[in-house]
Design a protein around this ligand. Sequence first.
Ligand code: NDP
Length: 250
Amino acid sequence: MIDRYFIELNFIWIGVAVITFLALIIFKIRAPYGRHANEKWGKMIANHWGWFWMELPALLLFPLLTIFGPRDKDLLTWILVGMWSLHYFNRTVIFPFRLRTRGKKMPLTIVFSALFFNSVNGFLNGYWLGFLAPKDGPISMLVIGGAVLFFIGMYINMGTDNRLIALRKQQSGYQIPRGWLFRYISCPNHFGEIIEWTGFAIAAWSIPAATFAIWTFCNLAPRALNHHEWYREQFSDYPKERKAFIPKIW
Ligand code: NDP
């Protein structure tokens, strides 16, 4: 019975993702952190601590539920825990403190909503793998293909995040990023993250992992479109052929 409720919960969460996506696209809402931060959204906290607190539930919940849940753990379980932990260790503990955004703030509203978002995703995936999932079979081509896709996505995501962070080494403020994937799209870091979680969903082949991949797209596609539009507003010489986050398409 619990399995049925759990699956229904995932479908409800996918519904929330789709509604969020449509709302962000239709009403052109710019989530107010990073370049879109503003004080109209209430009390603010330091940018890097905001990132730390909002990502922490994902870093902790998925591995803890998986490891301490009663389900037998096999190789695939450990591979998935490794992939997830690698991404979230960077996002929670390393990425925020490398940002060159001293003095920058983000609204607590964003921190709390992202904290909730990460808690639900960490819980759904961890509870599935720690308590409910059927026994895994041997490592299949699907797992290998998904893991390869995940690491390609991670390479793109971290590599392009690093390039953006490095832009402030030479001068303060925003500049037009150039080179590598920035030649084709404004937000290769978002593109990379979408690929990453699609790869994870393929390797895990579970409803919670697919739900999270859908959420990642629903969150990051509108954010990439917002960033792209923002670049065009800010820089009159912004490359016209550049797309937002899918080369040649979108
Ligand atoms: P951005 O690309 O806006 O920013 C990344 C960092 O680089 C920030 O410190 C930013 O500064 C700086 N930066 C960006 N562009 C420039 C520029 N043109 N010139 C100078 N500095 C620049 O990333 P997001 O905040 O949108 O996302 C950060 C990471 O988090 C990404 O890897 C993204 O994939 C991930 N993410 C994942 C989500 C998910 O649902 N899984 C949701 C949201 C983000 P500043 O902060 O001052 O703008």
